[in-house]
Design a protein around this ligand. Structure first.
Ligand SMILES: [Zn+2]
Length: 628
């Protein structure tokens, strides 16, 4: 029902916009032509010249009375003449030509169907004063076209209406005037009727050559009755229901409203015009097709059929046709079919010029989605979720969309909104939040900034050696390398790589200058291309036997030996020794202390292996043995 009402509303709108303007001046319009005038007197009647009252006077008197009646009834009335004048002095035929030029100028384009022409005359056959009665003339196309006196092409089209006008005038005037019917309704090729560019008729109200009728014709009361009869005939002419097609071509004319409606309802794209009330009383016109040009915009609207629209659109380059009712672009000579309807099982089942057309098609299936081929955006689906939600700071979720762009477009219409991927929780866009979460790469620096931690981490995961930092607090929120065992540190950049393999860390470090590899857990420097090791293991006799960046490691190494010490190379400080606090010391005359021991016996045995040695008590300096 909703759609139906909408359709009706649309029709009403359509009619006002597109049809009414065509009848912008829609009103019943009568052009009255009082015959003869000025130097062309018409018949002088049975009484002859001396009376001074000729046909031209009677024609004008009836016409003026008719004008007044019609105007009171709401008609628009024009007259070819309202005074006793002629239109051309040169000849009566030139007069007729000029007269019809005046008459046809009154026709308003677009209102021709509501305009009629009536020429008022009085008849005369001087040779037969007994001839009498009322006659009506019209141009009848059924009589064929006389090539010597060709009718105006518009009159050819109007001929059926001219016939109808002649009929309504004739039958009604006869009810009003006390004259008999003369020769009835006569189809004839008179100059004025055949050249009127609208339905036309010419009436001969009576015979002025008949003495009785001449007397009547000269009376105001008779003229009034004739005028009333003519007005009644005109009323009846307009009292019909016309059925028009969407091109505003009249298809049928009915005297009965119900017959007109019944006919119209059996047809497509027609409307019924109440000619008397000048209003459209029914329409089923559905001119949905609009032709657009890429730069000029709307070229033509309300084509009823696709074919008509396409025929028109093809006259241009860069046009497309929009079905205004469905929103579908149904044809184009420049657009691509970028909107794909994809079925879960069947793949791409349809391609369309615009989203609306694709969605409409997709809706007829289950398990379909519409994709914008250009952007890759999911436009619509009947099985996928709308994963992009627009959240307002105060109102919460206010919109859901199938794709990010659509959600952002919507969110932009508000203040204090953000767009969230409801699957991942990522904040994709916001017009009030700050991008506080940075993804930093160990060597490349800042890669990305995000509105939230989740988005930043998701982004960081696509890389190695990244960390997510809260820009405001400086806090490291996540990293995929800071928990590795081996860190490659650059002398200036700091940590630039992390690895669980020492070898890989060194490989990486070798690609740089001024790097070292450090065991993150022990702090030990495992490799460096710029540092000398800090800790030296020295053997009392062999001198330096090991270097290490780690004190602990140096001690570990030194413990594998006797008589070793660990020295901080930079400060000279002895950090550890397994002999320097021993009780007995073996001294060589040249080398100085060469051994230490806590046993006197062991010290002497060692000393015996050398020349020029002595064994002393370390604390007192007392010599307890010597071989020199
Ligand atoms: Zn005449």
């Amino acid at each position: 029902m909703g759609i139906k009402y909408r359709m009706l509303a649309f029709f009403a709108l359509f009619l006002f916009i597109f049809i009414i303007p065509a009848m912008a001046s829609a009103e019943k319009h009568v052009i009255i032509d009082p015959g003869h005038g000025g130097k062309y007197a018409g018949t002088t009647g049975y009484s002859g010249n001396s009376t001074g009252y000729f046909e031209k006077h009677a024609n004008l008197d009836v016409s003026i009375k008719l004008k007044k009646i019609l105007q009171n009834q709401g008609y628009k009335v024009d007259m070819t003449r309202e005074t006793d004048k002629h239109f051309s002095a040169s000849s009566s035929s030139a007069d007729l030509t000029a007269r019809m030029r005046v008459a046809n100028k009154f026709v308003e384009e677009g209102n021709r169907n509501n305009t009629i022409f009536i020429s008022v005359h009085h008849n005369s056959i001087p040779s037969d004063p007994s001839m009498r009665g009322f006659e009506t003339y019209f141009f009848d196309i059924n009589n064929g076209i006389d090539s010597t006196y060709p009718p105006d092409p518009i009159q050819i089209d109007s001929s059926p209406e001219s016939k109808r006008l002649a009929n309504t005038l004739h039958t009604n005037v006869l009810k009003y005037v006390p004259v008999s019917e003369g020769r009835g309704i006569i189809s004839n090729n008179l100059y004025v009727t055949r050249n009127a560019q609208m339905p036309s008729a010419l009436v001969e109200v009576g015979y002025m050559s008949n003495p009785a009728e001449e007397k009547l014709i000269k009376t105001s009361s008779f003229q009034q009755k004739a005028a009333e009869g003519l007005a009644k005939g005109i009323n009846n002419y307009f009292n019909v229901y016309e059925v028009y097609n969407y091109k505003n071509e009249r298809v049928k004319t009915y005297e009965s409203k119900s017959n007109a409606l019944a006919y119209a309802k059996s047809r497509n794209n027609v409307y019924v015009f109440d000619k008397s009330r000048q209003s459209i009383i029914y329409s089923n016109i559905d001119g949905d097709y609009e032709v657009y040009h890429v730069s000029k915009g709307l070229l033509e609207d309300s084509f009823v059929t696709e074919n008509d629209a396409i025929k028109y659109a093809k006259k241009w380059k860069n046009t497309y046709i929009l079905n205004e009712e469905t929103g579908e672009i149904i044809w184009s000579n420049y657009l691509s079919k970028n909107y794909l309807v994809e079925h879960t099982a069947k793949g791409t089942i349809y391609k369309a010029y615009n989203d609306k057309a694709a969605i409409n098609y997709a809706q007829e299936w289950k398990n379909t989605k519409v994709i914008d081929k250009k952007t890759g955006d999911l436009i619509w689906s009947n099985y996928l979720d709308k994963n992009y939600s627009v959240v307002h700071a105060a109102k919460g979720e206010i919109y859901k969309a199938f794709n990010e762009n659509a959600a952002i477009d919507y969110a932009k219409g508000w203040k204090n909104t953000k767009v969230i991927n409801s699957n991942t929780g990522e904040i994709l866009w916001s017009n009030y939040l700050a991008k506080n979460f940075t993804v930093e790469h160990a060597s490349k620096g800042e890669l990305y900034v995000a509105y939230d931690e989740v988005t930043a981490i998701n982004y960081a995961k696509d890389w190695k050696n990244t960390k997510v930092v809260n820009k405001e607090t400086g806090e490291i929120l996540w990293s995929n390398y800071l928990d590795t065992t081996y860190a490659v540190k650059h002398v200036a950049k700091g940590e630039i790589y992390g690895s669980f393999s020492e070898e890989e860390a060194i490989d990486y470090a070798e690609g740089w200058l001024n790097t070292s590899v450090i065991n993150r857990k022990t702090g030990e420097i495992l490799w460096s291309n710029y540092l000398e090791s800090t800790y030296a293991v020295k053997h009392v006799a062999k001198g330096e036997i090991y270097g290490s960046f780690s004190e602990e490691e140096a001690i570990d190494y030194a413990e594998g030996w006797l008589n070793t010490s660990v020295i901080n190379r930079k400060t000279g400080e002895i950090l550890w020794s397994n002999y320097l606090d021993s009780t007995y010391v073996v001294e060589h005359t040249a080398k100085g202390e060469i051994y230490g021991s806590f046993s006197e016996e062991e010290a002497i045995e060692y000393a015996k292996e050398w020349l020029n040695t002595a064994v002393k008590v370390r604390e007192t300096g007392e010599i307890i043995w010597s071989n020199y």
